[in-house]
Design a protein around this ligand. Sequence first.
Ligand code: ATP
Ligand code: MG
Length: 293
Amino acid sequence: MAVRSSILGIDGPGPLAQGLRDAQYIADESLATAAYLALALGKPLLLEGAPGVGKTEAAKAIASVLGRELVRLQCYEGIDAAAAMYEWNFPRQMLAIRQAGDEHINLYADEFLIARPVLLALQAPRQRVLLIDEIDRADHEFEAFLLEFLSDFTVSIPERGTIRAGEPPVVVLTSNRTRELHEALRRRCVYHWIDYPAPELEAEIVMMRASTVAQDTARKVVAAVGGLRAEPLAKPPGVAETVEWAQAATLLNAQGAPWPRAFARAIGVALKDQDDLEFMVPRLDALLQEAVA
Ligand SMILES: Nc1ncnc2c1ncn2[C@@H]1O[C@H](COP(=O)(O)OP(=O)(O)OP(=O)(O)O)[C@@H](O)[C@H]1O
Ligand SMILES: [Mg+2]
């Protein structure tokens, strides 16, 4: 297996974690290790986890550490290879034919090619990071197509031939695990499950992302969110909700709402599902007393 011994001067999971931190992303050791190995081994990184645990943001931060542009392929039901790879600009081809008259024109020249994220990544593997976001939303056929691409990093354009990447592009895939991914796809990748961050790390994330929030408030909001995540909710709060809840409660507190009342009043930024709210409202005071005391 080709090992990229020095991946752009990053000498291990520790320095990578530091780089990610400089890019405003806090990775624990296991994530930093998985990301480092994926980069060093030239394999795609597959990140799975609950909504809002920082999967997409991890890919952005990795691109930023490498000093590369992130090209994102957002997956959805029904997404097809054209949306992922390339399309011919049909209206422009038609116009060119009309304008050309008797002259010969190459309808498959670059100017008619619309490169989509997969092709963009192949064309400049050293300048780009490919994010295949929420792969679990795509259907099995599309997953099979991606598997092929991830095996040999080539794209075949019938009118032009096969385009091969000079080196494997850096690829990050994310999944919310709404369905199981193919075993074969997993095998291609370095896999990492992102859990909710440990409380100290989540408090650090809050402080990093929301400068108005006091350290004590960050600790309290993290404890309260931990309490919410232990409840049987349809949509447990992600890290973004923790940050917003801390910001919103800080704002209300500055306007006179005492603690822990400020948290209760701002609950709408932490829970965004009516059933969850209905379930939690009668229990919220007790939860906050325990978490915030
Ligand atoms: N480890 C982290 N360090 C810094 N910020 C983080 C971290 N994890 C999450 N965040 C914050 O939480 C927000 C949500 O993260 P992100 O959008 O990456 O989650 P996700 O796992 O992709 O969620 P979804 O499944 O809903 O797409 C980010 O915009 C960022 O502000
Ligand atoms: Mg995401």
